[in-house]
Design a protein around this ligand. Structure first.
Ligand SMILES: Nc1nc2c(c(=O)[nH]1)N[C@H]1C(S)=C(S)[C@@H](COP(=O)(O)O)O[C@H]1N2
Ligand SMILES: [Mo]
Length: 262
């Protein structure tokens, strides 16, 4: 696949390198003082590295989120639109596949597939909502990939559906926009960068293991990305928005890294 657009421009890339040099210079400047510290990275060491007062929670949060946003930019810059995540044999599928959400399994949303309408919003030409039948009528592919959750587990599963790039083109999405935001039936929300959205393995998943996507795994539709950690893979999607305004995410807004590559 040809890369449609680099995630960052050259000048943004140069900014990142400059930022990294500045961080390194600061780290080196503080390292002679760090020799006197017993464990290297004590609270005082962190204070020197980040230049912030650790008794001030707001300042600490701000420094950490600055580091995290810096990390997002580096990850976005390093993301290779041509690099494929590993795929596995049927025999390697994890059974039963784990369930995870910010609530227990019996609280997963109950959605009536006949009433379901997928809304598309923002920088798209065609804003008509989609029925589930229309999504199933599009050309389907399937893939067996590994899902990695930050809570410390990973599992191999098989998802089928529509390549997300195909869907984005069908709705006339502005492929130069920065973000795609997702709103889910359970009030979960997240967002991804355009390069990941267009990645050949990013799938609008309608099936799991050859069956209609079960309720617990995100019925009627979820986004499956083997290039991203579990929390970036929204289940029960109701709204897809193409936007240049940073949409954040349920866990990301609580401090998880936004890029969340795996
Ligand atoms: N709508 C919704 N999507 C979600 C979540 C959620 O709570 N709600 N949890 C995320 C997390 S942290 C993980 S690990 C995966 C779990 O997906 P699974 O139940 O198919 O294993 O869903 C992700 N997507
Ligand atoms: Mo997760």
């Amino acid at each position: 696949m040809k890369m449609e657009k680099p995630p960052l421009s050259l000048s943004e890339g140069q900014d990142i390198v400059k930022e990294a040099q500045r961080l390194l210079a600061r780290q080196l400047a503080s390292s002679s003082r760090r020799r006197f510290l017993r464990n290297g990275l004590t609270l005082g060491g962190v204070a020197m590295l980040t230049g912030c007062d650790l008794s001030d929670n707001a300042q600490v949060d701000q420094a950490l989120s600055r580091i995290s946003r810096f990390n997002d930019r580096v990850q976005g810059w390093l993301f290779n639109a041509n690099h494929l995540a590993p795929e596995y044999a049927e025999s390697m599928i994890t059974r039963p596949f784990p369930f995870n959400a910010f609530y227990s399994e019996d609280q997963a949303p109950v959605i009536n597939g006949d009433d379901y309408r997928l809304e598309v919003a923002g920088l798209v030409l065609h804003k008509q909502p989609w029925t589930l039948a229309q999504l199933h009528q599009m050309t389907q592919i399937s893939q067996i990939t590994r899902h990695i959750c930050v809570e410390g587990w990973s599992a191999i599963g098989k998802w089928g559906g529509v390549p997300f790039a195909t869907f984005l083109k069908a709705i006339g999405a502005d492929l130069n926009a920065r973000y795609i935001g997702f709103k889910c039936a359970d009030d979960y929300y997240t967002s991804i960068d355009m390069a990941t959205a267009l990645h050949p393995q990013t799938l609008m998943a309608l099936t799991y293991d050859g069956q209609i996507l079960p309720r617990k795994y995100g019925y009627p539709m979820k986004l499956r990305m083997p290039t991203k950690l579990g929390y970036k893979n929204p289940k029960h999607i109701q709204v897809i928005e193409v936007t240049n305004h940073f949409p954040g995410g349920y866990w990301e807004d609580q401090g998880y890294n936004w890029f969340g590559g795996s």
